[in-house]
Design a protein around this ligand. Structure first.
Ligand code: ATP
Ligand code: MG
Length: 339
């Protein structure tokens, strides 16, 4: 009989969001990957959503930092402290003393990251008090979290579009057969909106506003000029505040460019796999996960380009975290992969 006194946590350390999964309890924490820091003293002022409120609005020596960029840790010191705050919050609801029983942590990484980047993730988990750390590739976690049975010799394709990276992978018998990871995902749609509005309307807007526009009226399927939104920002010529009306139709071109690059990556992976797996995928469809999978019409767009049915997973932004929960039932299998 296997006795496990400690708790096991699964972590999706994302560019936009950090999710923590607690075995038997589900997702116990979901917060933004942002930290507000006093740049003179390096003191952390706020973490997560509370820090997001300060983004673009900070004064003097307080800066809001996104410590992960393009799916990997770009500021190690800040990341590990941010993660520790989240892990402490997630485990504080637990009665078990974390000093006596340190958690085992299953933490996800995008495929194709370097050994150095992977090491930084493991060290961040250890800083949070991990007794043992297991690494799980994000597409595998996403597939498990989307409810796919990946243990069989049958191909499944996962397209996980987060904030910083798009991971495309074909999985069979629990492992990745072919994959590609590009640093083009949800955030790039926001940046495209910022660039477009500056060029077309001479209006400068921040990342938060761009993300709101994308979520409210952004679409890659039948954009209407009647679907509009009033956008406030700064006139690039006068420097004064201004407001413009932007329509879904206006945004189509800039969003289309980014969707095209993502689709190219999917096509590239499809071209590389053996025909048997292609047949499996065209039968089962492509599964889309990650928060940006919610972008309206992106599924149809990918479907039209590939000719393969595209299915957006339920709660796509939660799939990776939920997948860590499924993987926890097979930790011995995972530990082999971690080494
Ligand atoms: N309804 C929506 N429509 C369009 N985009 C959305 C929507 N909801 C969330 N997003 C986008 O999803 C992205 C975040 O997704 P997710 O939480 O999966 O990222 P992440 O896991 O933190 O990032 P990564 O995996 O790249 O490190 C953001 O770009 C966000 O703007
Ligand atoms: Mg992610």
């Amino acid at each position: 009989m296997k006795i496990d006194f400690g708790i096991t946590l699964g972590i999706d350390l994302g560019t936009s969001t950090v999710l923590i999964y607690n075995k038997n309890k589900g997702v116990v924490l979901s917060d933004m990957s942002i930290v507000a820091v006093n740049k003179d003293t390096d003191e952390i002022i706020k973490v997560g959503e509370a820090a997001y409120g300060l983004l673009g609005r900070t004064t003097g020596n307080v800066v809001a930092i996104k410590p992960l960029r393009d799916g990997v840790i770009s500021d190690y010191e800040i990341t590990k402290k941010m993660l520790k705050t989240f892990v402490d919050t997630a485990t504080s609801q637990n009665n078990i003393s974390r000093i006596l029983f340190r958690p085992s942590i299953v933490i996800c990484v995008p495929c194709g990251i370097t050994e150095v980047e992977k090491r930084a993730v493991v060290m961040a988990a250890e800083y949070c008090g991990a007794r043992k750390t297991y690494i799980l590739e994000e597409p595998v976690a996403a597939a498990l979290g989307a409810g796919l049975d990946i243990s069989k010799p049958c191909g499944s394709m996962i397209v996980d579009i987060g904030g910083g990276t798009t991971d495309v992978a074909v999985i069979s018998m629990g492992g990745i057969v072919e994959s590609s990871s590009v640093k083009i995902a949800g955030d790039k749609f926001d940046e495209a909106i910022v660039r477009f509005l500056r060029k077309r309307f001479n209006i400068l807007i921040g990342d938060r506003t761009a993300e709101n526009i994308k979520i409210r009226i952004g679409t890659l399927s039948s954009p209407s000029k009647d679907d509009t939104m009033d956008v406030r920002g700064r006139n690039t010529a006068t420097g004064l505040p201004m407001s413009v009306k932007v329509s879904a139709e206006d945004l189509y071109e800039p969003l289309n460019e980014i969707a095209d690059t993502i689709t190219d990556t999917v096509c590239m992976v499809l071209e590389k796999i053996p025909p048997e797996l292609s047949a499996d995928i065209s039968e089962r469809g492509i599964i889309m996960t990650g928060g940006a999978a919610r972008l309206k019409g992106l599924d149809k767009y990918l479907q039209n380009r590939t000719g393969i049915r595209v299915i957006v997973a339920d709660e796509p932004e939660m799939c990776v975290a939920k997948g860590t929960g499924v993987a926890m039932d097979n930790l011995s299998e995972l530990s082999k992969r971690a080494e």
